[in-house]
Design a protein around this ligand. Structure first.
Ligand SMILES: NC(=O)CC[C@H](N)C(=O)O
Length: 358
């Protein structure tokens, strides 16, 4: 049996069964999602994190590429109670260490008590506890990954849905999930996917009907270029954002963000819309949150469990953002109309930009 060690911040080491070999380190987080492991494992927002599944059996319906959100696995390592052969083989092929036969209830309780923490992993025939502790020693905190966007973004602009007759979207790719692009394409948008460090000139070249900031890993404060873009364009171009995108918009407009203790990761986070009084179930994956929205943004939706902001609207500009993942994948599809709202906002701007016939 392959050895597997997980060293937790503070130096406590737990042992499990090795399912995919290698060493790794990252911020230890958990998701309560009971479905959608392929989508979670390919979500770029998990870059530099180690993902623990609290649901006990992962992999029972196989591994299929059409459910992937990106072309590779993003968590640095994976922990679970029981991984099927399919998932273990996939992770081994991807070079992502995996450990099962752990008491994930204990791991989740530790994270809930202590907060998301650094960890080191060592899996293999000859590894020891010391290898896991060495990984832990080298582990950086999330906000120390100051250029994390470069690990997950396109290098050059890419146009998707060229010639579509809907709105033109400039999507700043801070690690965008594929299904966000798909949700826009399904509504006939032409999507210009721009690098996370795109310049104002890159956005001007697209002349978008909406500037859309994607989800992505790490601390929103480390996305200076995207923050600048929001400041530069907000007066003339509608702005939308999902997850990291909401946090970047808040940072850009005088709001603040903060790190949560252990974040929200799962597919049944209840969100209250303050205007309609309706509660929807949402998919979430974040460890930071907007703290103060600032003077230019109004909180429109909140998390029912802890009142954190889940939706923001612009007070003096056209802006809509969500902290959760309206595209779902995995998770409930109660919130897909966000994309209709964003494109309706973009369409209004597009109509205004057309000079009136005389
Ligand atoms: N899914 C995301 O966009 C995550 C946003 C940010 N990295 C956070 O952890 O809060």
């Amino acid at each position: 049996m392959t050895e597997a060690y997980v060293a937790l911040e503070g130096g406590h080491v737990i042992e499990g069964r090795g399912r995919a070999p290698g060493t790794a380190r990252g911020e230890l987080v958990f998701t309560t999602a009971y479905t959608g492991y392929e989508e979670s494992l390919t979500d770029p927002s998990y870059e530099e994190q180690v993902l623990t599944f609290s649901y006990p059996l992962i992999g029972n319906y196989g591994v299929r590429e059409e459910r992937f959100e990106d072309d590779r696995v993003h968590p640095r390592a994976v922990l679970a109670k029981e991984l099927t052969e399919d998932v273990a083989d996939w992770l081994a092929e991807e070079g992502v260490p995996a450990v099962d036969h752990l008491d994930t209830r204990d791991v989740v309780t530790d994270i809930r008590d202590e907060g998301a923490m650094k960890c080191g992993i060592a899996v293999g025939d000859d590894v020891t506890e010391k290898d896991a502790l060495e990984q832990l020693e080298q582990c950086k905190g999330m906000s120390e990954h100051t250029d994390i966007g470069s690990q997950v973004s396109v290098d050059e602009p890419v146009v998707r849905g060229e010639g579509n007759d809907g709105e033109t979207v400039a999507l700043v790719d801070c690690g965008a999930k594929g299904s966000i692009v798909d949700s826009l394409l399904a509504r006939d948008a032409e999507v210009h996917v721009l690098p996370y460090d795109a310049t104002p000139a890159d956005v001007e070249a697209v002349d978008p009907d909406v500037l859309f900031i994607s989800n992505g890993p790490g601390d929103p404060a480390n996305y200076g270029a995207a923050i600048d873009l929001v400041q530069e364009f907000v007066a003339e171009t509608p702005v939308a954002g999902i997850c990291l995108g909401q946090q970047i918009v808040a940072e850009a407009l005088g709001g603040t963000t903060e790190k949560m203790d252990f974040g929200h990761r799962g597919v049944n986070q209840p969100v209250l819309d303050l205007e309609s009084g309706q509660v929807v179930m949402t998919t979430q994956n974040h460890g930071y949150t907007v703290d103060e929205p600032g003077d230019h943004l109004e909180v429109t939706q909140i998390n029912v469990n802890d009142d954190t902001p889940e939706g923001l609207d612009g007070i003096d500009h056209d802006i809509i953002t969500r902290q959760y993942h309206p595209e779902a994948n995995p998770g409930p599809e109660d919130t897909l109309d966000f994309f209709d709202d964003v494109l309706a906002m973009a369409d209004e701007r597009a109509q205004r930009a057309v000079p009136a016939d005389d």
